[in-house]
Design a protein around this ligand. Structure first.
Ligand SMILES: C[S@@+](CC[C@H](N)C(=O)[O-])C[C@H]1O[C@@H](n2cnc3c(N)ncnc32)[C@H](O)[C@@H]1O
Length: 290
């Protein structure tokens, strides 16, 4: 399994205004690399609330952050439930929150999770295995119209209708079962103008639909405002334009926050060269003013 390399770590620490006595929420803790950096920046004195929807990520984070175990509260839940999570923990308000959206290298390189096609695996793509619909259902059971809409809305795929028709015709012979089988099928019918694999946008769209990512992001951002003290920072790292537009709009229009980053923050050239997954990363920061 590939180890995740956290993105823009120094900028996260700087923009969160990390203080030793603070309580910080890592809304997407993954294996816990950003959480570890925040803990280390405070000499292990701050309190971290580490949330992830993926049970296996929480297990990995517990191990990775074991030396800080008395300072960390782990929660296997979705950040869309942030208000309930903070209420249940019993703290009044936190001093900052980080959202590092999408999936980790561990998830994309795990064949079991079914997110990627470099490793062959079942068509799944659910962060939380209790979610009712998997990628398999979308691809093999959804109507042509539904598939086309998902590809358009969540992948901004231009040839969505044509692809949906091809998928529905092909699956009549035999359902698609694995990520590589599906990716190879897409590659046979679709050219990509850039260097990225022709199935990348398609996988992104299905993953976003299966995990309800857009609605969850909106709920997570709205909820964050209510669990933070005035002056606390909301730091969000996105990896594609649909998410970035939502974050930008929220930070510009929500009356309870003030946009801090007038210009979007991106990794420097060295980080982009060393960590290829960081190439599309964009960071935006807002401060709670209520
Ligand atoms: C890019 S990774 C985070 C990596 C992490 N910052 C690190 O340094 O290890 C994104 C994580 O968000 C999680 N995730 C996605 N949607 C979520 C949601 N709605 N609530 C909580 N976690 C979510 C994924 O399971 C994944 O582990």
């Amino acid at each position: 399994m590939k180890t995740h390399q956290p993105v823009m770590v120094e900028k996260v620490i700087e923009f969160l205004n990390v203080r030793a006595t603070g309580v910080y929420i890592d809304a997407t803790c993954g294996t816990g690399h950003h959480s570890r950096a925040i803990l280390e920046a405070t000499g292990g004195n701050c309190t971290m609330i580490c949330i992830d929807k993926d049970f296996r990520a929480i297990q990995r984070a517990k191990e990775y952050l074991s030396e800080f175990s008395t300072r960390v509260i782990f929660v296997n839940d979705g950040f869309e439930n942030i208000e309930k999570i903070v209420r249940n923990i019993g703290i009044k308000k936190a001093d900052g929150i980080l959202f590092d959206l999408g999936f980790s290298s561990e998830q994309i390189s795990s064949s079991q999770a079914g997110f990627g096609f470099k490793q062959n695996g079942p068509l799944d793509m659910r962060y939380d295995k209790n979610l009712p619909v998997s990628a398999w259902d979308v691809i093999n059971r959804f109507s042509k119209k539904e598939i086309a809409r998902i590809l358009e809305d969540f992948g901004e795929v231009k040839d969505a209708e044509k692809l949906a028709t091809l998928i529905c015709t092909e699956r009549k012979n035999k359902p698609f079962e694995t990520t590589r089988e599906f990716a190879d099928f897409i590659a046979r019918h679709r050219k990509s103008r850039k260097k990225i694999h022709p199935a990348t946008q398609i996988f992104q769209a299905i993953r976003m639909y299966v995990n309800n990512e857009i609605e969850n992001l909106k709920a997570g951002l709205e909820g964050a405002v209510n669990v933070l003290i005035s002056g606390a920072r909301i730091v969000v790292i996105t990896y594609h334009s649909i998410e970035d537009r939502i974050v930008k709009r929220f930070m510009k229009t929500n009356k309870n926050v003030r946009l801090i980053t007038k210009k979007v923050i991106v990794p420097d050239e060295i980080e982009k060269a060393v960590n290829l997954s960081s190439r599309s990363a964009k960071m935006r920061v807002a401060e709670v003013v209520n």
